[in-house]
Design a protein around this ligand. Structure first.
Ligand SMILES: [Zn+2]
Ligand SMILES: [Zn+2]
Length: 270
């Protein structure tokens, strides 16, 4: 039986004869059902005319992009460390060529996912890499569309996975939204992989924090402050979000200034 994938968001569901009736991820206020209504595909249907592009971003960091785009066009990142590689976030596509290419880079020791817009086909990725554990914050358990034994739910403020790699719970966009701290990134000054938790904006001196990006629903000041406070203990100089933008240099100061500007904008106005 096929595992259907929602065309709009890229979320894969448990095996079923017929496509699911609806996609709760898309029906949520943070997403949207496409203009032509709910549509479904499968990995098998995507295989013939898609591929995974793996591009180097900085030493020991790679960006993974399905081409042409699948779902919301989300990217994943692969971080290489001496103790193994971590896949940060997931994309709604995988094929044998992608698995071979990533094995050339050292394979995948673990998968960690920021929030449900990146759950995509995570179970397929885990199975392709020796059932690699998938780390998801407990706060996002209710939004897992395809439960699996490989998923490890973690609780608390942060989870050190191994030397130099930690997950940090921030909340905001989703209850369980998390970021990845890579201590040795940015030439040792530290990198945050932030996904939709802290999003880099067009003026890349700034970031933003939203409940919904496509529907432009902001977060209240307390939740913005909670995100900033959560990442404060971790040294970082550079940020990568998951659609290709980055903050390069003085990232922590820029996050703090952005949060102040944001809170001013939604309270008294700029
Ligand atoms: Zn969907
Ligand atoms: Zn999102």
């Amino acid at each position: 039986m096929p595992n259907f994938i929602c065309v709009t968001c890229g979320t894969q569901y448990p095996e079923s004869e017929q496509p699911p009736a609806r996609c709760p991820i898309c029906e949520d206020e943070r997403q949207y059902v496409g203009p032509n209504g709910q549509q479904w595909t499968t990995l098998e249907a995507l295989l013939p005319d898609h591929r995974l592009v793996i591009e180097p971003v900085e030493p020991r960091l790679y960006r993974l992009k399905p081409e042409p785009k699948v779902g919301i066009g989300q990217y994943a990142h692969l971080v290489q460390t001496p103790e193994g590689n971590i896949l940060w976030d997931c994309v709604p596509f995988i094929d044998a060529a992608a698995v071979d290419a990533i094995n050339e880079l050292g394979g995948i020791r673990a998968i960690a996912i920021s929030h449900p817009h990146f759950h995509t086909v995570m179970v397929e990725w885990s199975r392709a890499f020796n059932n690699a554990p998938i780390y998801i914050h407990e706060g996002n358990r209710r939004d897992v569309a395809r439960p699996d034994a490989a998923i490890h739910y973690w609780e608390g403020d942060s989870l050190p996975l191994w030397d130099g790699i930690s997950l940090v719970h921030c909340g905001g966009h989703f209850l369980g939204s998390a970021v990845l701290h890579w201590r040795d990134g940015a030439e040792g000054r530290g990198v945050l992989l932030t996904s939709d938790t802290i999003d880099v904006v067009a003026d890349t001196r700034y970031v933003t924090f939203m409940y919904s990006y496509p529907n432009a629903i902001p977060l209240p000041p307390a939740k913005v402050r909670a995100i900033v406070d959560a990442v404060e203990p971790f040294p970082y100089d550079r940020i990568y979000e998951s659609f290709g933008l980055m903050v390069d240099g003085d990232a922590k100061a820029k996050v703090n200034v952005s949060a102040e500007r944001y809170i001013r904008a939604i309270t008294e106005g700029l």
